[in-house]
Design a protein. Sequence first.
Length: 124
Amino acid sequence: MSATGPSTAIQEILYGFIMALILVTATRVSSQPIQPTHFMLMVTGMIATWGAIDGIIFYFLGVCNQLRHFRLIRNDYGLDREARIQMMMDELSATPVDALDPEDQRAICESILDKRLEDVVAVK
């Protein structure tokens, strides 16, 4: 989970659940005769539903991740600096920063914690 992050893990769990629902629906449909137009309508509905869910999940998880990063940098969690640096390093796994030497990764995280945050009303 450290390489994917909690948002991707939640996303994959939800996708697995949705796939199971689609499989159950397809099994029920295949056991009964269905008109081609009804089948195409059902497939189009599933594709539209999947697209809407994808859009909502990507937006929601992006906003949640940004809020979590703001809180981590501001230290809303009341953690010591070392714990915040370690959490930041975990957050940066599977990014280009992960390819750097651990000392350079740490220096980047320390630098981020020392920077000013943008003024965003939604995260206050």
